[in-house]
Design a protein around this ligand. Structure first.
Ligand SMILES: Cc1cc2nc3c(=O)[nH]c(=O)nc-3n(C[C@H](O)[C@H](O)[C@H](O)COP(=O)(O)O)c2cc1C
Ligand SMILES: CC(C)CC(=O)C(=O)O
Length: 387
């Protein structure tokens, strides 16, 4: 590490940042670097969004319409960014969003991500569509904290098996993604005729599952691989699910459950009525419904509807410490971040993910302190102005 980086890390940033001198500390620059490193297909899959990508742009633009109003002389010498969310203590209100198929970014994929999360103390949310099994990822995460994200397959026995395995492997909370029972119209992937799954990436948790294997006549080998992939395509999502089906989750998961993909206040109310423990206000990073509202614009509506009655998390468009502060001030208890750490993974493996997480955490801490906030709970609507 260069002398300057040492100075930044140890003296100026109090050892928080763990910056890598070869990666930018402005995290918005990661995407451009990842574009040069990754294949056109992998980069297109990760950076791309639905349709004209208007919602992805709206996600970012929405952050610009809220500005922080710094306050002075508030004794911010001692800062504490820690929170406890759905029973999990975290040093900062930032989680690693579920990202499937991470081996298209780096051979170590979710294993590197899980190690980086453990090193920073932040919680990683593992996708059902991961490129490594949930047991392998749990081992890599070790004493770290991890949640499991369910893509709810059509076969109930398979869903129940996923939940049993996740519980046994130490995943403490369940995130159920509702907005992606099928992939949206994604021109970058359509134009490049690219889907990671067709190459067998993202199916590790399915192919290793005893219920899945029973459905395809035994362990997946070269001989039945094609059958297994076709079975996977048929199983992946269930467009027929309704609110009544949530009872199934409660029967099979005794820990906290959060529904991901909530944008409408009535859906947030229904989640609470159905006994869910939290909602994640998310539009999947603009990857599903092009033309949908910016996720940050949905946040205050959801907070108005169910704030104080449930845990509210947020994602889609978070790129900087200031973005995190704004989402918290608007009422989220924590945020999930996705593409920035995906690019960190592509550029530097585990160390790249750590770089992103530490920079985000350090930038958040400085933003909060310099604007007069010592703790997350001090960030309120009064901390912002809409311009
Ligand atoms: C390449 C990629 C893969 C993703 N895979 C999943 C997934 O498996 N499960 C899920 O719930 N969300 C998935 N997401 C959505 C993220 O969890 C998150 O909601 C979204 O990307 C947040 O927006 P951001 O990328 O602007 O931070 C994925 C996103 C990307 C970019
Ligand atoms: C469908 C998944 C496996 C990945 C995903 O959620 C995404 O590509 O947005």
């Amino acid at each position: 590490m260069s002398q300057l980086a040492d100075f930044q890390n140890e003296i100026y940033l109090n050892g928080l940042a763990d910056v890598r001198p070869d990666l930018p500390t402005d995290l918005t620059k990661l995407e451009g670097l990842a574009a040069s490193k990754l294949s056109a297909t992998s980069f297109g899959y990760v950076a791309g969004s639905a349709g004209s990508e208007g919602t992805a742009r709206a996600n970012r633009d929405a952050f610009d319409r809220w500005r922080i109003v710094p306050r002075m002389l508030r004794d911010v010498a001692e800062r504490d960014l820690s929170v406890t969310v759905l029973g999990t203590p975290m040093p900062a209100p930032v989680l690693l969003a579920p990202i499937g198929v991470q081996s298209i970014l780096h051979p170590d994929g979710e294993l590197a991500t899980a190690r980086a999360a453990a090193a920073t103390g932040l919680t990683t949310v593992l996708s059902t569509a991961a490129s490594h099994t949930m047991e392998e990822v749990a081992e890599a995460n070790g004493p770290g904290s991890r949640w499991y994200q369910l893509y709810w397959p059509k076969d109930r026995d398979l869903a129940a098996s996923f939940l049993d395995r996740a519980k046994a492997a130490g995943y403490t909370a369940l995130v159920v993604t509702l907005d992606t029972f099928t992939l949206a119209w994604r021109p970058r992937d359509l134009d490049q005729a690219y889907l990671p799954f067709i190459r067998g990436i993202g199916v590790a948790n399915y192919f290793s599952d005893p219920v899945f294997q029973k459905s395809v006549g035994g362990p997946v080998t070269d001989a039945n691989r094609q059958t297994a992939l076709l079975h996977w395509i048929g199983q992946f999502g269930n467009p027929s699910l309704t609110w009544d089906d949530l009872a199934f989750l409660r029967e099979h998961w005794d820990g906290p459950i959060a529904l991901k993909g909530i944008q409408h206040p009535d859906d947030a109310r229904r989640a609470v009525d159905a006994g869910m423990d939290g909602v994640i206000v998310s539009n999947h990073g603009g990857r599903q419904v092009d033309g949908a509202l910016a996720s940050l614009d949905a946040l205050p509506l959801v907070v108005d509807a169910v704030g104080g009655r449930t845990t509210i998390l947020f994602d889609s468009g978070v790129r900087t410490g200031a973005d995190v502060a704004k989402a918290l001030a608007l009422g989220a208890q924590a945020v999930l971040v996705a593409r920035p750490y995906a690019y960190g993974l592509a550029l530097g493996g585990e160390a790249g993910v750590r770089h992103v997480l530490r920079c985000l955490q350090a930038e958040l801490e400085l933003t909060m302190a310099l604007s007069g906030h010592r703790t997350v709970s001090e960030l309120t609507l009064d901390s912002l102005v809409r311009v």
